[in-house]
Design a protein around this ligand. Sequence first.
Ligand SMILES: [Zn+2]
Ligand SMILES: [Zn+2]
Length: 166
Amino acid sequence: MSDLARVRIWADALIRLHLDPAVWSFGFDNAKKRAGLTDYSKKRITVSRYLAARWGDDDVHQILLHEVAHALAGPAAGHGPEWRRMARQIGYVGRRTHDGETATELAPWVGTCPNGHVHYRHRKPTRALSCATCSRSFSRAYLISWTKREISSATRRAAAAASDFR
Ligand SMILES: [Zn+2]
Ligand SMILES: [Zn+2]
């Protein structure tokens, strides 16, 4: 768990180090599914206050580096070679997928409810789960049945390449 006041101190320090602090600023946002964002028009880097509070310091630091690299590389660079070069230069090593609930491509357990809604888990569920899309409370009528799939090394490589804080 990262202390938000400290996250702000790191962010300001990184902006002073790599960007122009008269131009770029830092703030928190309320996103739940992506960790960080670089707004090129407002020249502002933001980090989700929810995810920052949930993640460890190392992860939060990596999010900041990811976003600072976007600010350096510019919007046209995307996550291409120019961004990757910048990111590596300033110490970004993040490879895992940091977008929380949406990180489904590497989850080996795939479940479907009777109505065909698909669910993903990284670990085998230890108790019966029912589909939250079909019923907000637990319901035997909407039990999810789980199967395990193999995650190929090609999938792992693709996910690592796409590894992204946005
Ligand atoms: Zn369902
Ligand atoms: Zn990104």
